[in-house]
Design a protein around this ligand. Structure first.
Ligand SMILES: Nc1ncnc2c1ncn2[C@@H]1O[C@H](COP(=O)(O)OP(=O)(O)OP(=O)(O)O)[C@@H](O)[C@H]1O
Length: 301
């Protein structure tokens, strides 16, 4: 088992008196893609920027590639081994995309590497265009290229898919999977549940500055949703009859750990006994989006 790429312990960060990261702890394993999810303002960027060395936390410990991030002596090695893409890209606007990539390649002693990388990012014919004239998605891909060009062992990407169209996003996912295949680790933030489901080995959900869930997609999404195609009187007792839980919402939806034949038999027996033989019964796995919405519901604030 490779050692962790990132270990965050009791991280705290406040802006003035407002604590926006409140004792966050999680681990990103080596060779894995870890997705950090959370609503707007949850504290994801602040957490990532502390881990990437762009912000100083108030307290807590951060180990990056086995090194103490907060020890200035770690900085030179981590600068070489860690790639960072900040939210929005953080690129200079006047130079061409090619000049920006070439400059960063030279800083990493990889002069010339920008051409192959630009091709894998679908940017070959945009290299002579000034960054400010690129489309939002193209700029985003240049920023990702800058973070990747040094072949880092750990890559922090803050919303890499923001503004990227669905075709380019799929190419980006393939590229990130190739980065993982060569043994590097990636920690990314995203608002796209399909991105997290497709890419991430592990998911950390942050809400209001604290970690509210942490695990693989399968760990988080275990469970089945049974939705009934109409209102049912005393739905609570129906849910209890199948050892399930009623989920709030417009539909009558019950969550059960497994939709085994036995559970389905109990459910349909109950419905038939209630004279609801015509009722439609829809069974589907719990999606990451279901889990995310339940974990970050406004009324729980
Ligand atoms: N430099 C700053 N000064 C003051 N407040 C800040 C600063 N940076 C962030 N904040 C506040 O801290 C909170 C957390 O912000 P952060 O950017 O970490 O959230 P986020 O989860 O990345 O959100 P989003 O998904 O919208 O990017 C927000 O309420 C934000 O307004």
């Amino acid at each position: 088992m490779p050692s962790p790429a990132l270990e965050v312990l009791d991280l705290v960060k406040s802006y003035s008196t407002r604590r926006v990261v409140d004792e966050v702890s999680f681990t990103a394993e080596g060779g894995e893609i870890t997705a950090v999810l959370g609503p707007n303002g949850a504290g994801k960027t602040t957490t990532i920027e502390c881990c990437a060395g762009l912000r100083s936390p108030d307290s807590g410990a951060i180990r990056v590639l086995g090194k103490d991030r907060l020890d200035p002596a770690s900085a030179p090695e981590l600068r070489r081994r860690v790639g960072v893409m900040v939210q929005g890209g953080g690129l200079p606007q006047a130079p061409s995309a090619g000049a920006v990539l070439a400059h960063v390649a030279k800083l990493h002693r990889r002069a010339g590497a920008e051409r192959a990388l630009a091709a894998s990012l679908g940017l070959t014919d945009r290299l002579s265009t000034a960054v400010r004239r690129l489309s939002g998605g193209e700029r985003q891909r240049v920023a990702i290229g800058c973070a990747m060009i040094g072949e880092p062992d750990l890559l922090f990407l803050d919303e890499p898919s923001a503004g990227v169209d669905p075709h380019s996003r799929r190419e980006l996912w393939q590229l990130l999977q190739r980065v993982r295949e060569r043994g590097a680790s990636i920690v990314l933030t995203t608002h796209l549940m399909d991105e997290a489901e497709q890419l991430a080995d592990r998911i950390v959900v942050i809400n209001r500055g604290t970690v509210v869930a942490n695990g693989t997609v399968a760990d988080l999404t275990g469970g089945t949703l049974i939705t009934l195609g109409g209102q049912v009187a005393d739905a609570d007792s129906l849910a209890r009859a199948v050892d399930g839980q009623l989920i709030d919402g417009a539909d009558t939806t019950i969550e059960v750990p497994r939709s085994s034949a036995e559970v389905m038999h109990r459910l349909t027996s109950e419905l038939l006994a209630r004279g609801l033989s015509d009722l439609e019964v829809n069974v589907r796995p719990r999606s990451l989006e279901n889990v995310f919405l339940a974990l970050t519901r406004e009324d729980e604030k």
